[in-house]
Design a protein around this ligand. Sequence first.
Ligand code: PNS
Length: 158
Amino acid sequence: MRAVVPGSFDPITNGHIDVIRRAAAIFDEVVVAVGANSSKRYLFEPDERLELVRAATADIAGVSAEPLSGLLVDFCRAQGAEAIVKGARGAVDFDFEVGMARMNSSLTGVETVILPAAAQWSFVSSTLVREVATLGGDATPYVPAVVAERLATRRAHE
Ligand code: PNS
């Protein structure tokens, strides 16, 4: 069975990697869908977010990454995926995810599996990683090495 792990991944964090690894342990194949939430502003361009997701997940068997534009349910259908996997750090994430899961289920019947974020990463979000990194802090503990390097390069060029 194939599952889709969608997100904007700006940038991908260790919390995302944990969810993707756990999804890959449950499903035969996992396609990471790198999309954009129209209400957010992004640090990295779509191509760079996709490139970083591919680099950070290259060692996880059965995982690939593709760009997402348009509706997630259409992407799932095109990929032949029957399930969506999302991580939730707490009640706020969970409530938000339940709303999207019900809409996606209503649209095409695709199911959503919500995994509780590992306690170790429950305080880590792309938003906080961006804030720490852009204000001069060290985000290395919270992101894959390839992302930490990219954040450092960006700072060096600012
Ligand atoms: O990392 P994010 O910001 O939580 O990712 C959000 C994303 C890209 C997964 C979400 O905005 C999404 O699914 N976008 C695709 C458009 C869509 O299907 N919208 C309706 C969702 S019910």
